[in-house]
Write a protein that binds this ligand. Structure first.
Ligand code: ADP
Length: 482
């Protein structure tokens, strides 16, 4: 069965047209054709129908193969164009090929026409497929680019041989700078890195020219000192080569939280061991020995003290965890300062009564912005320390004053004071000043760390100064409510 062939024939001679059609039919084609010999007719034919191929005589009165080629090119179509001519010199043939013709066939040797058409149609098909694939790839790339451009992760693409950066998303440019074009990835993303990084995955990502499984890992970036978790994969670039795509997310905060958590867990377990060991040792001693009443009571008192310590430790620890969990979600309201101070002091005058606790607060103090429950917790901690670390009967004075748009609250005692060299350290978790006086007093070393977290979450600051002639003054600031 003959193959249909849509052929546009640029020819002015009926005889030559006849011969050409005859040749095509002989070659197994059933031509659906139009014959044109002017520019207008050719334009019309191109716009009216789809064609598989164009054949064109070289020279015609008022028209030519070169003019026909130009019209074809202007139409934007990629069709095989074959010059079929009686008398064409080598120079003219070269000129036609240079202008974009795909082949030329002599009219004296028309048997070449069918194979030439077959080949050129095949090649045009191939060109079309490639173009479509490229368009699809570009469209896909544009889609990915839109996604990557809006991601809060470092995304970049680098050539696997030259290491040249081919693409980088705006987020990465914001962090590492937008002068990445024509730079090598190792040089751009790392400090003082003169060759590929030790952890470069190029070798793992491709084997025998085929992409392999993704590679994921973490590393500390030497340019900005932050931790990144990255995923590398080989992808096909728009020009067909395999390139490395890296997506990296900043995990510095997560790492820091994990470190703090580990540190906290090991510190808490360590701190819990001390009272537990004492409780275990003394209960064993009680069980194994017959003791008189007084001795038994003495030991039970020690066990009770250690139990209290353990209880306080767990309480403080839980408060701290709760505070962390609520970070940034605190609901701040208007808090009256004098009320806050008197509420705290009340507990120490009613329940304990061993110290002379008083409040000195100017009447016109503005309210502060805060969480009254948490601020009460701060007052209780500071007052309890002031009483714990000063002799019975001594004075503890709570005061407040306005400094610009802050209110500074102070708790002053006449106690044992804090050595200058550890004044900053008392706010660290589990830190306890180590001297005999203090070891007598129970504690966990978590109270001030908790206080500091609360004050800082309120946008304030806490510090301690010595009080003359003896004792300490703890001060913390809070923003005025506006
Ligand atoms: P603790 O449970 O040990 O009291 P804190 O975190 O509240 O833990 O305090 C840390 C350390 O700071 C205490 O162990 C103590 O040595 C010191 N300290 C705190 N408040 C005072 C104070 N008012 N006077 C003297 N030393 C204090």
């Amino acid at each position: 069965m003959a193959n249909p062939l849509r052929i546009l024939i640029v020819e002015d001679s009926d005889d030559d047209l006849f011969l050409l059609l005859h040749e095509l039919r002989k070659g197994g084609y059933e031509p659906e054709y139009a014959a044109v010999c002017t520019a207008d007719a050719m334009r019309l034919a191109l716009s009216e129908r789809q064609w598989d191929v164009i054949s064109s005589d070289y020279n015609m009165p008022g028209f030519s193969a070169l003019a026909a080629l130009k019209i074809l090119q202007e139409s934007g179509r990629d069709l095989p164009f074959i010059v079929v001519s009686g008398k064409i010199g080598e120079d003219q043939a070269v000129a036609a090929m240079k202008a974009g013709a795909h082949d030329y066939v002599m009219k004296q040797n028309l048997s070449r026409l069918t194979p030439a058409i077959e080949r050129e149609i095949r090649e045009a098909d191939e060109r079309r497929r490639r173009r479509e694939a490229e368009v699809a790839l570009n469209r896909q790339f544009a889609q990915f680019k839109t996604i990557f451009d809006s991601m809060s992760a470092v995304v970049y693409v680098a050539d696997m041989n030259s290491y040249e950066i081919l693409y980088m998303n705006p987020y990465a440019a914001m962090i590492f700078g937008d002068d990445w074009k024509e730079r090598r990835c190792y040089h751009f993303f790392q400090d003082d890195q003169l060759g590929p990084c030790d952890f470069c995955t190029n070798q793992q990502l491709v084997s025998d020219g085929h992409p392999q499984a993704v590679v994921t890992s973490e590393h500390l970036n030497s340019r900005n000192g932050r931790w990144y978790q990255w995923t590398d994969r080989a992808i096909e670039w728009t020009d067909g080569r395999l390139v490395r795509l890296q997506i990296a997310i900043d995990i510095t905060d997560i790492k820091e939280m994990e470190r703090l958590k580990d540190e906290m867990i090991s510190a808490v377990s360590h701190e819990m061991r001390t009272p537990l060991t004492a409780m275990l040792g003394f209960t064993e001693f009680l069980l194994e020995n017959e003791l008189d009443c007084e001795k038994t009571k003495e030991i039970l008192q020690t066990i009770h003290k250690e139990t209290e310590r353990l209880n306080e430790l767990i309480g403080n620890f839980l408060d701290m965890q709760r505070l962390r969990g609520q970070a940034g979600t605190g609901r701040y309201e208007m808090v009256e300062v004098e009320g806050l101070l008197r509420h705290g002091v009340q507990l120490f005058t009613i329940n304990r009564g061993m110290h002379r606790v008083s409040v000195e607060c100017p009447p016109d103090l503005p309210p502060v912005k805060g969480d009254s429950e948490k601020l009460h917790q701060v007052m209780i901690n500071l007052l309890s320390n002031a009483c714990k670390y000063s002799p019975p009967g001594s004075a503890v004075v709570v005061g407040a004053s306005q400094v610009d748009d802050l209110v500074v609250i102070t708790v002053a005692d006449e106690g044992i004071g804090i050595p200058a060299e550890v004044r900053e350290k008392v706010f660290e978790r589990f830190f306890r000043v180590d001297n005999t006086d203090r070891r007598m007093v129970g504690g966990t070393g978590l109270g001030l760390a908790l206080v500091k977290e609360i004050v800082e979450a309120h946008g304030g600051r806490i510090w301690v100064e010595p009080r003359a002639p003896k004792g300490s003054v703890f001060s913390f600031s809070l923003p005025v409510y506006s």
